[in-house]
Design a protein around this ligand. Sequence first.
Ligand code: PHE
Length: 345
Amino acid sequence: MSLKEKIEQIQSDIAAAKVSNAENLEQYRIKYLGAKNIFKGLYQDLKDIAAEEKKEFGQRINALKKSSEDRFEELKALIDSTVKVDTTKEQIDLSRPVIGDAIGARHPLAIVRKQLIEVFAKIGFTVSEGPEIEDDWHNFSALNFPPEHPARDMQDTFFIEKGENEMALRTHTSSVQVRVMENSKPPIRTISPGRVYRNEAISARAHCFFHQLEGLYIDKNVSFADLKQTLDYFAREVFGEETKIRLRPSYFPFTEPSAELDVSCTICKGKGCNVCKYSGWLEILGCGMVDPAVLEAANIDSKVYSGFAFGMGVERIAQLKYRVGDLRLYSENDMRFLDQFKSAY
Ligand code: PHE
């Protein structure tokens, strides 16, 4: 290769030179700028060039050397600026713990609702649901509320429409039981879980909405003993095998006789503590034998059939299971509260 050709070759090599990392850059430096650089050979070749051309070739080699140095600076700047974003050098700490996907938790009321449904399903109860906006008949009249009964008062009920087409937010899920009695024939064995509304000032112990789960059993020869046996089963399933129950007389317009169920305190096991107010007992639900007038209102022959009903607050059960006393926590959607139920179910 003549000197001319060599110069042209090097010229195009320099123009096409590419580096992608510090190592490539160092190879370039050694080749063009190092102690044994490529130009040394070219100066050697000058000896064999005709005397009148020596000057011209000498200048061309000098210029080429200069351009290789300029190119070096260019390439070096390129490497320096790309080092910071060099993805091939990305630092991955393989020993770092995995950040798990944030999964949701079931709401404590949903957990309790599910458990209660399962407990009653085992003894043959189906689940019935109904509308939250009810007419007077299903929420009150069919349940034997006399027209002047205080529970109809504006104090307790959120009325949506007054007068002839009176509509209100249901105050209990007994309204669903009326619908079931109207639409099916005994034997009836069903529970109705759902949200209910009462016009109460919101505090730790009262809320304008909460959740109920009511049960209804209608057949021939259903007795109070059946009710007691069912409640005993429920209490042992939900609060533990050793739980005791007691019934106290009470009053509801739709049951006769009526009772209130207490269970032995789940915290102190009946010894007395601040949760049971040192009585050893906790009030859990209302119940009784379905009033014959209620059966008749739903076109069920009260001479042939009898039944029992019970109704409990889901928040109350959750309060005893999880020791959450403040009702407001259930609807505030505070993540610090909800996250605590992640492992619950
Ligand atoms: N419906 C009653 C309430 O809301 C509860 C209840 C249901 C009582 C069935 C007796 C029988 O308080």
